[in-house]
Design a protein around this ligand. Structure first.
Ligand SMILES: *Cc1c(COP(=O)(O)O)cnc(C)c1O
Length: 358
């Protein structure tokens, strides 16, 4: 605390990211990073762009990247916005589109950055409870609002909504913007980008951090009606003209173009997720149907999620535990390599046995 802090800063309750331990000995299944490296083509593109040209500012409009995203999704470049990670894209969307007189709606269990942005930017919000089975009930969103935001698949549940449900929500909310945060969509859900030409109130946000193995490059983007994108550009150009580094743009372009490596990578993670889910169930865990690169799992009756989290950490395996009402009996487990998941299952087996015999 400091007497020099502004009132707003004093009142902030910042987002807590998952642990990023410096000693590199953990099996990291706690921050939904991709266990596989970016492709050689992508790595080479970043290296090639890391040259004497770095003395110059990067392209303020990231034109090449917008083009490669537009090509990939068959939209116009005017429908594409890019930013320094999707967290930055989200922040701009909160200011440009979601700060309204009526409250912003989002699920009670969701990405915990949303309430942080509301606090930072002074946005009224209302949390809409998920069902008992942790699914989004779209009829609950048919109330007066200044915007709606949710991840699809949702985090940390991993459950996905189908496009027909999303269309219903868009139809019911023609006077407010619906933002869909598709950080995990490539692991088995349907992208709402297919709907942007029909719905001028739809903004879809994606990231290269998870499915494209580029969390460290910090690139995210939004696709929506050109008018929404123009609003985001106005905020971006009132904040930071050069959010993306030259080599980050080059790596991101290469990634959008390297479709084969990307698809293969996603499929590997989906396969590992499916067999891990079966293995967890054999151990007595209850798991939610995940379309993401993580599994939200509840230990068998009588075992505490928190103590399993702590005991896994002692065995050098990091998973994510949220000490939050309704989900404090769950672990969020990122999908790693097959070998990493085998280690996890083995460790969990040992921990469960040990507790029984003691
Ligand atoms: C990881 C994540 C993000 C942020 O991704 P970055 O592009 O790395 O900033 C946004 N939304 C959700 C739901 C996420 O899980």
């Amino acid at each position: 605390m400091s007497k020099f802090w502004s009132q707003r800063t004093l009142e902030l309750d910042p987002y807590t990211p998952g642990e990023q331990p410096k000693d590199n000995q953990y099996i990291k299944l706690n921050t939904n990073e991709n266990p596989y490296p970016p492709s050689q083509k992508v790595q080479q593109a970043i290296i090639d762009a890391s040259n004497d040209q770095l003395r110059l500012y990067s392209d303020p409009n990231s034109t090449d990247l917008k083009q490669s995203i537009a090509d990939y999704y068959h939209v116009d470049t005017k429908q594409v916005f890019v930013g320094n990670g999707s967290d930055e894209v989200l922040a701009h969307a909160f200011v440009a589109l979601l700060k309204q007189d009526d409250p912003l709606l989002f699920p009670d269990i969701s990405y915990s950055f949303y309430p942080v942005y509301c606090q930072l930017f002074g946005i009224q919000s209302q949390k809409i409870p998920l069902d008992k089975d942790f699914s989004i009930q779209i009829s609950n969103y048919a109330i007066k609002n200044g915007g709606i935001i949710f991840p699809n698949p949702n985090a940390p549940t991993g459950k996905a909504l189908g496009l027909n449900s999303i269309e219903k929500m868009l139809d019911h909310n023609k006077d407010s913007v619906v933002v869909i945060d598709e950080a995990y969509v490539d692991f088995g859900a349907e992208s709402a980008i297919a709907l942007v030409d029909q719905y001028p109130n739809l903004l879809v946000i994606q990231t290269l951090s998870k499915s494209r193995s580029l969390a460290g490059l910090r690139v995210g983007f939004a696709v929506g009606h050109a008018d929404l994108i123009e609003g985001l550009e106005r905020v971006k150009n009132s904040f930071n003209s050069y959010p993306l580094a030259t080599n980050a743009i080059a790596g991101a372009v290469a990634s959008m173009q390297d479709t084969e490596a990307f698809e293969e990578n996603c499929q590997k993670i989906i396969n590992t997720r499916e067999y891990t889910q079966i293995a967890l169930k054999k151990l007595g865990f209850q798991t939610l149907d995940s379309r993401a690169n993580f599994i939200f799992a509840k230990p068998p009756q009588g075992y505490s999620a928190e103590s399993l989290y702590l005991n896994l950490k002692k065995k050098n395996i990091l998973v994510r535990y949220f000490k939050i009402a309704r989900i404090n009996q769950f672990l969020r487990i990122t999908i790693g390599t097959d070998q990493e998941m085998d280690h996890l299952i083995e460790a969990l087996g040992e921990l469960l046995n040990k507790t029984i015999s003691s």
